[in-house]
Design a protein around this ligand. Structure first.
Ligand SMILES: Nc1ncnc2c1ncn2[C@@H]1O[C@H](COP(=O)(O)OP(=O)(O)OP(=O)(O)O)[C@@H](O)[C@H]1O
Length: 477
């Protein structure tokens, strides 16, 4: 039986051509130019799918989506908009859309989305996702620990967006769990059978960017001994997780844009474009809007990749989660045979009061290290690293203030506030490295390439080191 599609859009040319192309593809289409007519049609007639614009007469408050959400027999609805905004995207997803596409959309992409929605009409139904109680999340997302109000909100968005195909931007300080959220989205999506491909944008050298992402043909350059598919092809039908997106140089942003927009690219040395069905989930600890205003990040790419934006709070704003996470790490990282069974009340108090500048990653590392060194069954405050204990005695200390800089000489080392006598050699060396990096970035005004040159490191190497110290080069610009 021919599927019937209702198309609602106030752009006459778009309405006509989309209707014609879908008819040629074998569908029966009814085209209307505003939300009032679409709502009447939905009430009176049977359809298998709705394609809806957002900004059209009668749809100021997304009336068509609200009406659709009330239908007893729900049908898939795909939103296609030229004016994406975060509130409209989130609200659309709450109301149960199947897909959210940005204009201009290539017909093949629209057709693929239509075919997918008709073949599996239950793929989204985000509105059918029940409102959950706080204590239910642990069984829905066992790998994402949290019970604080901001995390409960994150869980809700993750559950609703997972089943859509929209691109997602995750922001938050280093170590707040961006990759964990990205992986969870993939695992809860209909793409979970495909590959979750992590692409660390700082680890891809500029000269090899195209070859690594898009692949190459044999002989495309010296050393290209055979055809290579590239990372994006490897996650066809899966998810590409672009980590540290904000670090991607402008030239590479332009190359990525086409792949994101068209889901198509040409391997190096190839002549025929390759099409992929990949969802992009990106992460950054930079404020991309600010990067766009400063001309360092392309606005078009920002809009394409950030249709939905999830902002992860730092651990210091998640009071309810700190102890829960510490206990989770104790349980999961404790080697078999370890005597350690729990924390003393004092130890938990120290953990609660520390500000965790390195967020969950730092907490995990501290618990792992403490378990390894503790010989008794209860972890006491004294077993925790000095740096964590010290903040308790030093209320004036701010997050990240592990060492004090000497303002006159930014490369000087002053361990004054951390009492080197209490530190292990590793802790002292790490503090020294932290201080060196701060001085280095200060001298070079946050320019990573110049700083890397002076330090004798590659740009990627320095980025990685900065990440482990939770230092952001942009803070020095
Ligand atoms: N909600 C969570 N529950 C349990 N573990 C978590 C949670 N969030 C993060 N973690 C753990 O914390 C560590 C850091 O997480 P992750 O790598 O996802 O952070 P990130 O924000 O992507 O960091 P970066 O910006 O440095 O790449 C990992 O070991 C991860 O397993």
């Amino acid at each position: 039986m021919t599927a019937r599609i209702l198309i609602a859009d106030d752009e006459p040319l778009y309405l006509r051509t989309t209707g014609d192309l879908l008819r040629k593809a074998g569908y029966e289409c009814v085209c209307v130019a505003d939300a009032h007519q679409a709502i009447e049609m939905l009430r009176d007639q049977q359809f298998d799918l709705v394609l809806s614009d957002l900004k059209m007469p009668g749809n100021l408050k997304l009336e068509l989506l609200h009406e659709h959400a009330k239908l007893r027999q729900r049908i898939p609805i795909i939103v296609i908009t030229g004016v994406p905004t975060l509130p409209s995207a989130i609200e659309s997803i709450r109301l149960g859309i199947t897909d959210y596409l940005l204009k201009p959309v290539k017909f093949e992409i629209l057709l693929a989305s239509v075919q997918r929605a008709l073949a599996n009409p239950s793929i989204v139904r985000a509105a059918d996702v029940p409102m959950r109680k706080a204590n239910e999340w642990a069984s829905v997302f066992p790998d994402m620990i949290g019970n604080s109000p901001p995390m409960l909100e994150v869980f809700e968005i993750v559950e609703r967006v997972a089943s859509t195909d929209t691109n997602i931007l995750i922001t938050g300080e280093s170590g707040t769990g961006k990759e964990v959220v990205a992986k969870t989205i993939h695992e809860h999506s209909h793409r979970s059978g495909g590959v979750f491909q992590v692409i660390d944008c700082t680890a891809v050298p500029e000269a090899l960017f195209e070859s690594i992402l898009f692949g190459h043909k044999k002989g495309a350059f010296t050393g290209a001994a055979s055809d290579q598919p590239g990372l994006l092809k490897q996650c066809d039908d899966g998810t590409a997780f672009l980590d540290e997106l904000g670090e991607l140089p402008l030239l590479m942003q332009a190359k990525l844009l086409r792949a994101v927009q068209e889901k198509e690219f040409t391997p190096l040395g190839g002549h025929r474009p390759v099409t992929v069905n990949t969802r992009f989930v990106c992460a950054t600890n930079r404020d991309l809007k600010m990067e766009v205003s400063a001309g360092r990040f392309r606005q078009d790419l920002f809009y394409r990749l950030g249709v939905i934006h999830i902002d992860l709070p730092p651990l210091r704003k998640r009071d309810e989660d700190v102890v829960m996470l510490a206990e989770h790490f104790l349980k999961t990282l404790r080697p078999t045979g370890s005597p350690v069974k729990g924390f003393s009340a004092d130890a938990l108090e120290v953990i609660r009061r520390y500000r965790w500048p390195g967020n969950i990653r730092e907490l995990r590392n501290v618990i792992e290290g403490t378990i390894a060194l503790t010989q008794r069954d209860v972890i006491e405050a004294a077993d925790l690293p000095a740096i964590v204990r010290q903040q308790e005695n030093d209320p004036a200390r701010e997050p990240g203030d592990q060492v004090q800089a000497n303002d006159d000489d930014p490369t000087s080392l002053n361990l004054g506030t951390i009492h080197p006598g209490k530190l292990s050699r590793d802790e002292a060396l790490r503090a020294a490295e932290h201080q060196y990096l701060i001085g280095l970035l200060d001298v070079h005004d946050g320019n990573v390439s110049e700083a890397a040159r002076q330090a004798g490191l590659s740009r990627q190497g320095l980025h990685k080191l900065l990440k482990t110290h939770n230092i952001q080069a942009s803070d020095f610009r």
